[in-house]
Ligand binder design. Structure first.
Ligand SMILES: Nc1ncnc2c1ncn2[C@@H]1O[C@H](COP(=O)(O)OP(=O)(O)O)[C@@H](O)[C@H]1O
Ligand SMILES: [Mg+2]
Length: 372
């Protein structure tokens, strides 16, 4: 079995480090404070929060994890959110009953799937979802919690609430949760600029509603250790400088580190060669080849100015709005650059951490330096 994993959520032994961050999450939430965790995609937010959930559950908190990504309407939110809440109740029958009396406008019920397993489902009694139904759903955890049975709600990809008719929903959620006594919230998100605005902008509902925490890259020495140990399971040795090379090729992003390491492992098990930087480079090129159709299409979709910016970002991502930067890369007015960069960020191609802009996918970067 490949000793590396790069699906969505990774657990031990594929997960390493992050213990200070995990502790901070656990202590903040168990102290009753709301928390926002943000970092670009694939830095390991969801995996980390599942690690924290394990700890919190040991402390008897009920943790409800809810991902906003698949939500596309208020109905779909109500349906999926109530499912997530009820799934954590020990007595489903009783929970469905109390939900029926606590939430206006819906008829919760238990249906049986093909294998006879009970499942929760709801019908809406009216065509239009009323504000009241939404309010009741948001208050449901508080009604089901108690001093002894506190609930922690984790909203993943929280910036996606913008899809639910934006700020109205945000205001409603905020106004409800600030009165809840036994429920604490954690918000995760990848679109850092959207989340930042949501929690740091004085005019927004969630201004000051939670502590902010940013997730950075994994510490290099921990990653080196992890690579050594995982490769060692297949009797492959990797020295420090080769490990550092691998980390660099993967942009020091947890997901890409595991992806590249998995490819390298795959390559090596079928040969008897030693692991060196040439092999890592071959595997990195192999990943670009595999994805090149997608990368071509992605590149093609960008406006010519965006393409130009991508090329500049390959070389430098600092001070991108300065006059020197514009001169160096022959860019147009700052406002034009700002607009184009915003589109690239919105589309998830470019990430922004503090004032640095960078191409999120190190293999797309590699592709660009090959073709652009
Ligand atoms: N602490 C970690 N240790 C090892 N690998 C990790 C860790 N965190 C993330 N990863 C890698 O990154 C991938 C993406 O992690 P995920 O938690 O889904 O990130 P995010 O939620 O930030 O997009 C994981 O599948 C795994 O390969
Ligand atoms: Mg995630």
């Amino acid at each position: 079995m490949n000793p590396f994993s790069y699906g969505t959520i990774v657990k031990s032994p594929y997960f390493y480090d992050r213990s200070p961050e995990c502790q901070r999450i656990v202590s903040t939430l168990s102290g009753g404070n709301n928390l926002v965790l943000f970092a670009p995609r694939r830095f390991g937010k969801t995996s980390l929060v599942f690690r924290a959930i394990e700890e919190l559950e040991k402390m008897d908190y009920i943790c409800v994890y809810f991902d906003f990504m698949p939500v596309y309407s208020r109905e779909s939110f109500i349906e999926a959110y109530s499912k997530a809440i009820l799934a954590k109740q020990s007595n489903l029958q009783r929970a469905v009953k109390s939900m029926a009396s606590l939430v206006k406008g819906i008829r919760p019920k238990i249906v049986f799937d093909q294998s006879g397993k009970p499942e929760f489902s709801i019908d809406f009694t009216d065509d239009l979802i009323s504000e009241k139904t939404l309010e009741d759903i948001i208050d449901l955890p508080e009604k089901m919690a108690s001093e002894k049975k506190q609930i922690i709600i984790i909203f993943d990809e929280f910036q996606e609430i913008n899809k639910l008719n934006g700020e109205n929903f945000e205001k409603l959620l905020r106004s409800k949760i600030q009165h809840q006594q036994y429920v604490t919230y954690m918000f995760l998100g990848s679109r850092t600029h959207l989340l930042n605005d949501m929690f740091n902008n004085k005019t927004r509902a969630f201004y000051n509603a939670a502590m902010l925490m940013q997730l950075s890259a994994l510490p290099e020495n921990e990653t080196i250790e992890f690579l050594k140990n995982r490769f060692a399971l297949s009797n492959i040795t990797i020295d420090d400088s080769t490990a550092v090379f691998l980390i660099e090729q993967a942009g020091n992003i947890p997901y890409y580190i595991q992806l590249l390491a998995a490819e390298v492992w795959q390559y090596l098990v079928s040969t008897t060669k030693d692991l060196n930087t040439d092999i890592i480079a071959i595997c990195a090129e192999g990943i670009v080849d595999l994805k090149s159709d997608y990368y071509f299409e992605l590149y093609d979709r960008q406006s010519s100015y965006q393409k130009k910016l991508l090329k500049s970002l390959l070389i430098c991502g600092e001070n991108v709005f300065s006059a020197e930067y514009a001169k160096r890369f022959r860019l147009s007015a700052t406002s034009t650059t700002q607009k184009a960069l915003l589109v690239l960020v919105e589309n998830g191609i470019v990430e922004k951490v503090e004032k640095m802009y960078f191409i999120g996918d190190p293999f797309f970067k590699r592709f660009l330096s090959r073709y652009a």
